[in-house]
Design a protein around this ligand. Structure first.
Ligand code: A3P
Length: 309
């Protein structure tokens, strides 16, 4: 099976213009016709943009900062709607008791949770349930985004970690730019939410703003969710959400995934909570690749007003 890793495209194809695992076809109709509950909160993102960070923040705010309950794995507290479609090897389902991520039927798992559920999804706007797209239902949606260069590097390391990619960083960057990584094209993901950022049910956040002013981002998110948080609570939550603290928190740090991946092929350098930095790309990309990214970005976001510090 490992030889399949060289040929990641075998697993994914374009569906409605989105490069996505083929298994999504098995659940596409169920997602599209999903009965949206307005109490649920959706955390939507392109992979590697700070999803986990946002999930932990939102879950704790919604659940009155219940740190005891937050010891349960985040993947169960904030399940990923399309998770079943991401699983390449069906035998992983047999490991259900060991893997904290509900993968056997992630849609059913989400449906059986009591509202408000923090639903995680990497699906872009045009693959979300029809009721959301047509604004028949308006649940709160928090979109987290990150500058594409850091996102791409994080995605490269993650893809190697889960043994879905075995090539060089340069090769991965070219795939990213060409829209050949899952949930790409990148800007087609980000821009529809950026365009709707002033809708009353949408909050558009940036990884970089969480990094720069986490207490500010916590207050902004709490206000959006209609929750009061005191100054002390904000301080405590900011400590809980620091990179250092999340890195050693087994409920959020995906160590189980690292261990599982290492069963295939050990790799000392991997960790889900890798660097948590802004601008790490400067040490990783060649000047030529930075120019390539910047020209592509300029062309794709010209006139939209979107910028990253
Ligand atoms: P790096 O690989 O650049 O370190 P996602 O949750 O969307 O998969 O995003 C993962 C990225 O968010 C990783 O980036 C990870 O380290 C970073 N991250 C997660 N929690 C963080 C935190 N508390 N502070 C800063 N970065 C965090």
């Amino acid at each position: 099976e490992l030889s399949d890793l060289e040929n990641a495209d075998k697993w994914s194809q374009y569906i409605n213009g989105v490069f996505i695992p083929k298994r999504f076809l098995e659940i596409q109709d169920r997602v599209s016709n999903w009965e949206v509950r307005e109490d649920d909160v959706w955390i939507v993102s392109f992979p590697k943009t700070g999803t986990t960070w946002t999930q932990e923040m939102v879950w704790l705010i919604l659940n009155d900062l219940d740190y005891k309950a937050a010891e349960q794995n985040l993947l169960k507290r904030s399940p990923q709607l399309e998770a079943s479609a991401l699983v390449r090897y069906p035998w992983l389902n047999l490991m259900w008791t060991w893997i904290p991520q509900p993968i056997t039927d992630s849609l059913k798992y989400v449906k059986n949770q009591k509202s408000p559920v923090c639903i995680k999804t990497h699906l872009p706007w045009n693959l979300l349930p029809k009721e959301i797209q047509k604004k028949i239902k308006k649940p709160k949606i928090i979109y987290i985004s990150r500058n594409p260069k850091d996102t791409c590097i994080s995605y490269y390391h993650f893809s190697r970690l889960i043994k879905e990619f075995d090539g060089s960083l340069e090769e991965f960057c070219n795939k990213f730019l060409a829209g050949n990584v899952n949930f790409a094209p990148f800007w087609n993901h980000v821009l529809p939410f950026w365009k709707r950022r002033n809708d009353s049910n949408i909050l558009f956040l940036k990884f970089e703003e969480l990094k720069q002013d986490l207490p500010g981002a916590i207050r902004k998110t709490a206000t959006f969710l209609g929750k009061d948080v005191s100054a002390d609570q904000v301080d405590q939550l900011a400590k809980h959400l620091s990179f250092e603290s999340m890195k050693i928190n087994p409920a959020v740090n995906y160590d189980w995934l690292v261990k599982l991946s290492n069963l295939y092929k050990p790799d000392e350098s991997n960790a889900f909570m890798r660097q948590g930095k802004v601008g790490g790309f400067k040490d990783a990309l060649t000047p030529e690749m930075i120019i390539k990214f910047d020209e592509w970005t300029e062309e794709c976001i010209k006139g939209t007003g979107l910028t990253y510090p």
